[in-house]
Design a protein around this ligand. Structure first.
Ligand code: SIN
Length: 517
């Protein structure tokens, strides 16, 4: 058994920020970050656009950022949370700058503020078009300087340890978290990580769909573990589809063309070259992304085409190339010359607005278990996240989790008799290919029946198909030694089930959720 004071599951912006803060506050306490791939592999790393912060209160205001967030969230945001996040943003930004993060500046030396869909003002801080990468690297550098943090890459959290695992406390009303069972991918052993405080910061779920902007690691592990541990999971029907992923026939992670490109003036055209956004929303290309994604979906259904175009040909070349070098490099690699060619784009699964329900301090319903970042449902996003609010949310909630858990950590009792993981009755998997097949089936079901526009009929079909996969996979799970692939498959099936079930339960269309009558 390995004992820590703070255990963090996930190494994106939320997890690293929290780890850094608790480690600095308590140099004598032990902090562990477990992360299932390389340390920097997370949704954070791929965030292009940036971070929304009200910097200039002459041209912008907190009220406007609050209103934009509420409008995108379509009536389901928690106003108090929105106000808290928007108003605390400058403090968190200062801290981030003090850790060495850099954001682009204009010729006057002021922050170069970009614009994205749903924002009434330019307020997106960015580092070229690789903002998330910059933040991830900054935080990893800081974490590396803390002797009391163990950053354990290729360590897969299989399950949270709660009362359910403790013989004498099974069935108790109050539930507590004691740590997690973690698979060390090098040794193949599942170790018991005990911890006074556990933070889930395990990111998104994009891999439940065939086409996603999310990396391979985004398999919803944290949400699925929390669901198994009986935490409250909410708003899973609000999966945000990014309107403009680069069209690519290969399945897997799809390259994102940042919304900031439309903020810079790029236009959407159908295959005939016609502008179409004006028919859908008066804000045209800068409508919130649920509206733009649905508009593209509708154009594609009408025309039978596979993609629409993003037209950048009219944009100022110096400014454009300076802001978006990474995107333009990718286009170049694919033989797209942006000055002459339009860029083929399609919507792709991008962000989960729901997740593990928390309060303003990131506390879940399970004692000593916190959640923050994309896996959490904090009340900020409601039915649809406003662009570039997610890195901000990760920072604000990491700070709140830190404040609350620092109060709590001293009083956590360590009297639970936690058993080690038992592999009794399991054998090595004979055919890993069955796991791969089932994963592909889940992704196909979700893409075919649970996409941008849903219907009860399609959801029922998805639900029936998922049941079969669930039973097969649970059977495999009982007999087989745990592998990351099997765990991810189980988690993806859980996520798919939650999205379908919560979509079936929703009777009115809001934000990113649209069900045909
Ligand atoms: C983008 O750059 O378009 C993504 C930003 C976000 O998802 O907030």
């Amino acid at each position: 058994m390995i004992k820590h004071d703070f255990l963090i599951i996930g190494s994106g912006l939320a997890g690293l920020t929290y780890a850094l803060k608790v480690a600095k506050r308590f140099p004598e306490k032990k902090v562990a970050i477990v992360t299932k791939a390389a340390a920097n592999e997370s949704n954070t790393k791929y965030a292009q656009g940036g971070m929304a912060v009200v910097i200039d209160t002459v041209t912008d205001s907190y009220e406007q950022h609050i209103e934009d967030t509420l409008m995108a969230g379509d009536g389901l945001c928690d106003r108090e949370i929105v106000e808290m996040v928007v108003r605390e943003a400058p403090d968190r930004l200062k801290e981030l700058l003090s850790w060495g993060a850099e954001f682009d500046k204009n010729n006057l030396g002021d922050f170069d503020l970009g614009r994205e869909g749903g924002h009434s003002q330019n307020r997106i801080l960015h580092h070229k078009d690789i903002t998330g990468f910059e933040l991830e690297e900054t935080l990893l550098d800081q974490v590396a300087q803390c002797d009391n943090i163990s950053l354990l890459s290729h360590h897969f959290a299989v399950d949270l340890i709660t009362n359910h695992h403790i013989q004498e406390w099974k069935g108790r009303e109050d539930n507590k978290c004691y740590g997690a069972y973690v698979l060390d991918e090098k040794t193949g052993k599942i170790e018991t990580y005990l911890s006074k405080i556990v933070l889930l910061a395990s990111g998104g779920i994009g891999q439940v769909y065939q086409n996603t902007t999310n990396p391979k690691v985004a398999t919803g592990d944290g949400v699925a573990m929390a669901y198994r541990a009986k935490a409250q999971i909410q708003n899973m029907e609000f999966v945000q589809f990014h309107p403009t992923a680069l069209y690519d026939t290969r399945p897997g992670q799809t390259f994102l063309i940042s919304e900031a490109v439309r903020g810079f003036g790029a236009l959407l055209r159908n295959r005939k070259g016609e502008l179409f956004m004006g028919q859908y929303d008066e804000r045209k290309e800068l409508a919130s992304r649920d509206i733009v994604s649905r508009a593209i979906d509708s154009e594609l259904k009408k025309s039978g085409d596979d993609y629409v175009y993003l037209d950048c040909r009219h944009l100022d070349p110096i400014g454009f190339e300076n802001h978006f070098p990474n995107i333009l490099q990718k286009c170049k690699e694919l033989g797209i010359d942006w000055k002459k060619d339009m860029i083929p784009v399609v919507p792709a699964a991008h962000y989960l607005c729901g997740g593990v329900v928390t309060n303003a301090f990131g506390q879940t319903q399970i004692a000593n278990l916190y959640a923050c970042g994309e896996c959490a449902c904090t009340g900020l996003h409601g039915a649809n996240r406003l662009a570039s609010n997610s890195l901000l949310e990760a920072l604000i909630f990491a700070h709140h989790c830190y404040e609350k858990s620092c109060e709590e950590v001293e009083s956590v009792e360590e009297n639970a008799k936690v058993p080690d993981w038992s592999e009794e009755g399991t054998t090595n998997p004979k055919e890993l290919i069955l796991i791969t097949h089932n994963k592909k089936e889940v992704q196909a079901i979700m893409s075919n029946y649970v996409g941008i526009v849903r219907s009860d009929e399609r959801l029922n079909r998805a639900s029936n198909r998922l049941k079969v996969l669930y039973e097969e996979t649970e059977d495999l799970y009982k007999k087989t030694k745990i592998s990351p692939q099997l765990s991810e498959l189980r988690n993806l099936i859980t996520i798919a089930y939650l999205i379908v079930k919560q979509s079936q339960a929703r009777t009115e269309n809001r934000g990113g959720f649209y069900k045909e009558a």
